[in-house]
Design a protein around this ligand. Structure first.
Ligand SMILES: [Zn+2]
Length: 249
C-alpha cells in the first residue's frame, strides 16, 4: 500500500478488526450494485470512500428531479444524464482510485449471470421484483452473497442471502415469486428520504464486512425497521427445502 492509500484508509487500518490486511481485501474486492437510486446511492458512496477496488453499477434510468430528494449520488445539474454516468462522476470525485464500470441497461437474467459471477459481493438496490428474483437466481447459481435492501414509505428491510452455507436461505425462500403483483405500486409510492440512506448504508456495512472477512454477517436474519417509530425487529429466516430456486441447488 502506498503512503497516500495508508493515509486515505488510515481510520480503517487503525481498527484492529480491519487493519492493513482487511483493507487490502476491501481494495481487491469487486462488487456488483443493482440500482443507482435511493439505496444504491449511499451504498456506492460508502463502498467507494472505503476503497472497494471495483464497483459495477447497473441502472437503466436517467436522473430525474423527483430522484434528488433521496438519491444522493446525483445532482440538480445532472438531471437528464444516465444515472450510471452521474454516479461515476460522484464516485470518482470522492475516490479516483475506485474502478467504476457502468451498465446503463436493465439487465435481464442472461446479462446478470456473468456480472454476478465476476463479483464477490452483490448488492440488491433495485426497485422491482423481477430484477430481485433474477438476481437471486444468479446469486444462488454462483454462490455469491446477496445483500438485499428495500425501503418504501417508512418501512425498511435488510437481509443477506448467502448460499455458500448449505443451510442459508435465498431471497425466494422468503419472498416467493408469486408476490410480484405489488411491483407497479413500489416505484410510485412515497419514501422517507433518510430511510434509503439508513438501509443503503447498512448494505454497504455488511458488504464491507463480507469483503474483509471480518465480523459476523446478518445472514439468517431479516431486519425490519419502521422509521416513523424507529423500532427495529430482527426475524430469523430459514431455508425453505421446497424453494423452487435453491431447493435443488
Ligand atoms: Zn431458496
Amino acid at each position: 500500500m502506498q503512503d497516500r492509500q495508508l493515509q486515505r484508509y488510515s481510520r480503517h487500518i487503525l481498527l484492529e478488526e480491519i487493519g492493513i490486511e482487511g483493507q487490502q481485501r476491501i481494495s481487491a474486492a469487486r462488487m456488483l450494485i443493482i440500482g443507482a437510486g435511493g439505496l444504491g446511492s449511499p451504498a456506492a458512496l460508502y463502498l467507494a470512500s472505503a476503497g472497494v477496488g471495483r464497483l459495477t453499477l447497473v441502472d437503466s434510468d436517467r436522473v430525474d428531479l423527483t430522484n434528488l430528494q433521496r438519491q444522493v449520488l446525483h445532482t440538480t445539474e445532472r438531471i437528464g444524464q444516465l444515472k450510471t454516468s452521474s454516479a461515476r462522476i460522484a464516485l470518482h470525485a470522492l475516490n479516483p482510485e475506485v474502478q467504476v464500470a457502468e451498465v446503463a441497461r436493465r439487465a435481464g437474467p442472461d446479462e446478470l449471470d456473468p456480472l454476478v459471477a465476476e463479483a464477490e459481493v452483490v448488492l440488491d438496490c433495485s426497485d422491482n421484483f423481477a430484477t430481485r428474483h433474477a438476481l437471486n437466481r444468479a446469486c444462488v447459481r454462483h454462490r455469491r452473497p446477496l445483500v438485499s435492501g428495500a425501503a418504501v414509505r417508512f418501512d425498511g428491510q435488510l437481509a443477506i442471502f448467502d448460499r455458500r452455507a448449505d443451510d442459508g436461505a435465498c431471497y425466494a425462500c422468503l419472498f416467493p415469486e408469486s408476490d410480484d403483483a405489488q411491483d407497479e405500486l413500489c416505484s410510485t409510492m412515497g419514501v422517507f428520504a433518510p430511510l434509503t440512506g439508513i438501509i443503503g448504508c447498512m448494505q454497504a456495512a455488511e458488504a464491507l464486512k463480507l469483503a474483509a472477512g471480518r465480523g459476523a454477517s446478518l445472514t439468517g436474519q431479516l431486519m425490519i425497521v419502521d422509521a416513523l417509530s424507529m423500532q427495529w425487529r430482527a426475524l430469523t429466516i430459514g431455508r425453505d427445502p421446497n424453494c423452487p430456486v435453491c431447493g435443488t441447488a
